[in-house]
Design a protein around this ligand. Sequence first.
Ligand SMILES: Cc1cc2nc3c(=O)[nH]c(=O)nc-3n(C[C@H](O)[C@H](O)[C@H](O)COP(=O)(O)OP(=O)(O)OC[C@H]3O[C@@H](n4cnc5c(N)ncnc54)[C@H](O)[C@@H]3O)c2cc1C
Length: 443
Amino acid sequence: MSSKPVPQSVIIIGAGIFGLSTALAIARRHPSTKITIVDRLTPPVEDGTSVDTTRCIRADYGDPLYAKLAEEAQKKIEQDPELSRFYFKQGMSFVAEGTPGPMLDLYKKNLAAVRARAAQGLGGDPIEMKSPEAVFQSIHGKTAQPVSNASLGRRKRWNIGYRNMDDAFIDARESVRIYYERCLAQPSIVFRCGVPVDRLAVSGQQATGVILENGQTLSADLTLVAAGAWSNKLVYLDDLIVPSAIEVAWIKLTDEEVVKWKNMSITTNFDTGFNLFPPYRGEIKCLRRSAGYRNTVLIPHPEDPSKTIRTSLPRTVVTNPTDQIPLEAEKALRDNLREMMPQLADRPFDRTKLCWLSQTPSADFIIAPHPRIAGVHVATGGSAHAWKFLPTIGDLVVDSMEGKLDGKLAAKWAFGTKGTSEGNAPRIGGAAQELAHVVRSRL
Ligand SMILES: Cc1cc2nc3c(=O)[nH]c(=O)nc-3n(C[C@H](O)[C@H](O)[C@H](O)COP(=O)(O)OP(=O)(O)OC[C@H]3O[C@@H](n4cnc5c(N)ncnc54)[C@H](O)[C@@H]3O)c2cc1C
């Protein structure tokens, strides 16, 4: 494998986890390289996928490649004096309906992976929950009784599960702020925030930098596109990445509720896609790994502005601040709450959002040189599971820029790789709905 030096100047489009982590990795390895990070907004970017109240940190992937990388990243987070202040190792419960099908298969595969890791001394044994009572009691205590099928109006869906106490959650916003401040402290890194990149500046088949929406050109030897769910505007990704969004909601708790639930684990259901976080800063966050929503727009072809392409691009809490999650999404969240958190099922949401993600069909990232334009590298396709790699992903992106990324990872993250998901970031089935048809406004 031939090694290529990182050039003297690099522009990074995007100050999410991919962009910030890469900037720091370049600054560490190549202190004389001049790095410019460009973002639409100043980090922590309010509607960036990396910025949220919480993210899960876990190494219990069924896929050994991601499991190893996640284990290294989790250790680094735990050893980081600043990040570890915002890191809470309270475990994660994975629950299933228990009816035969792909989600039960995935549940069994992941449980086997946790057991195998424990057998190798890489983690604790999973705590099994063999009934709906045990699942419910894992949050509400040993004497609590689950809601009956009669009052649910359907059969229970939270029936069997296991709890992995090695899993954790982290304050994602604070962590991104910490990484932003680390970048600011580097003499070789500057930020240009507030004006989005309109397009790559390309001469022939060679990129020379970027053109901002105000017409200004910024030049660099190498441009990294790490623009998350917006990347399709800057690089032609065809159907390699479909930007889509999933629903998130927050509910305020009373002080008594915070005390009652403070030690619960993150609790998720493979079949319903529902994900419930422990109380944090006086509220509970829930989300659903649904088939999601897309926002189809017609934009200039990134490689040939004389043509147009149809793609989905984020419509967010920043661009459309009065948007609320669609009714169907709210109903699905409340239906899950009714079974697992009945006290909260009818409580008003404090706020909701659609969180946009850059989703590849296989849930593998894309970290690779642009196949047609020299001087461009791509690091995106986080697919609802990249956050946890914050401390390590930048080094892997720089390995890729230098042409020395481990062969298996290079193949997994190659530009153009398709394939089906191995369950690394499972979402429930179905096609994403067009947001314009279902969007609601708070006003
Ligand atoms: C609801 C939800 C839950 C998730 N949960 C987890 C989890 O528990 N654990 C986990 O590991 N992962 C999780 N993920 C995935 C993880 O959050 C993402 O994979 C990761 O944050 C993606 O980072 P990014 O840098 O690609 O994108 P972003 O953070 O979105 O960064 C991209 C940046 O590019 C900027 N940008 C875009 N276009 C332009 C432009 N034209 N000009 C200038 N700047 C531009 C944007 O403003 C943005 O700041 C979750 C994702 C979602 C949506």
